[in-house]
Design a protein around this ligand. Sequence first.
Ligand SMILES: Cc1cc2nc3c(=O)[nH]c(=O)nc-3n(C[C@H](O)[C@H](O)[C@H](O)COP(=O)(O)O)c2cc1C
Length: 203
Amino acid sequence: MVKVKILFYSAFGHVWRMAEAVAQGAREESVDVQLFQVPELLSDQALQKSGSRAARLQFASIPIATEDDLRDADAIIVGSPTRFGNMCAQMRNFLDGTSRLWLSGALVGCVGAAFTCSATQHGGQEVTLQSIHASLLHHGMVLCGLPFTEEKLLTTSEISGGCPLGPTSIAGPDGTREPSPAELALCASLGRRVAALTKQLRA
Ligand SMILES: Cc1cc2nc3c(=O)[nH]c(=O)nc-3n(C[C@H](O)[C@H](O)[C@H](O)COP(=O)(O)O)c2cc1C
């Protein structure tokens, strides 16, 4: 069965919620879906101070990925919060630890995609997605995004994340805005698209 792996980091839960929606969409295509978070780099004390320790408890049961967990993936979908207009250090650190996969060409031809969340509407979402895409392309992966045939990409009546590079969400300056139904629908759509494309490539 086609294996779709979803890899994410989340400090306050927004990217985790998006990851669950991506997974739900992929499962609709009857593929094997696994969710992983990447290792934390901050101390418990630092997490406590930032207020993210409690939020992270909500998804503490999701396994922490190792490089080997990706070896048999047919598709990898990566989610990271936007940090200073880029992916977060935890995701960068994890991807930097995938040299053995790169050296063996294990991910060449694997399907890849990305999603992100930022505090502000123009806080660097597309640059973050591109930074993830660049790493996936270095592994020889085939990228999947969201076409403008996605109805929710053209929603004009509400402020919403999402772009052709992938699903996005806006947490708001104080982090209280949750991913909206339209944004989660785009996450699910990406999951479905990646799963369907991977099945076609593997057939
Ligand atoms: C160190 C740091 C840097 C950040 N940089 C940006 C940024 O460049 N643009 C932006 O809009 N939001 C920025 N944010 C806000 C995060 O993107 C936001 O907290 C995150 O998307 C929430 O996702 P999460 O709940 O999954 O952690 C930053 C947050 C932190 C802690």
